[in-house]
Design a protein around this ligand. Structure first.
Ligand code: HEC
Length: 127
């Protein structure tokens, strides 16, 4: 009967491990989906002259062609745009929306902000 016990305990341990591995994996996928926006969608917004209710006729791309000059933005913790200080990339984006696009700041946790941030992050390291 000892053998049977060992087999059963072994199977239970294997089951636990397997469940834990699955849980971790699902956790990864979940948080990645929550945290990261869509680069393609972000690029579309970046080129959209109507983004965030813009009324200047400009898009982000008008002043940052193909994201030029934003290659380090995703790694920065402090920004200084248009004479104001910002403590996050999202705030810096909103300043450009308000001052440059003459639009309305968007929710920093919105999907659109995540998409824009994903696009800007994708520029990191480009020349
Ligand atoms: C009218 C021109 C103009 C438009 C349009 C514009 N920006 Fe900017 N942006 C600037 C200027 C000027 C700065 C500050 C100088 C710099 O750091 O290049 C800046 C800075 C930034 C920064 C900070 C860069 C850094 O590394 O400090 C980000 C991020 C940014 N803009 C994103 C955007 C996004 C996203 C949009 C569209 C919603 C946008 N900008 C539209 C002119 C513009």
């Amino acid at each position: 009967m000892k053998i049977l016990k060992i087999v059963i305990i072994g199977m239970m341990a294997y089951g636990l491990l397997f469940t834990a591995a699955l849980a971790v994996h699902e956790g990864d996928v979940g948080s990645a989906a929550l945290l990261s926006g869509d680069v393609e969608k972000g690029m579309t917004l970046f080129n959209d002259t109507k983004f965030a209710g813009a009324t200047s006729g400009k898009s982000c791309n008008s002043c940052h062609p193909n994201g030029k000059g934003l290659e380090k933005a995703a790694d920065k913790k402090e920004f200084s745009v248009m004479g104001k200080k910002q403590n996050s990339l999202e705030e810096a984006v909103n300043i450009c929306i308000e001052m440059a696009l003459k639009g309305k700041a968007i929710d920093t946790t919105s999907d659109q902000m995540k998409d824009i941030v994903a696009y800007i992050t994708s520029l990191t390291g480009k020349k």
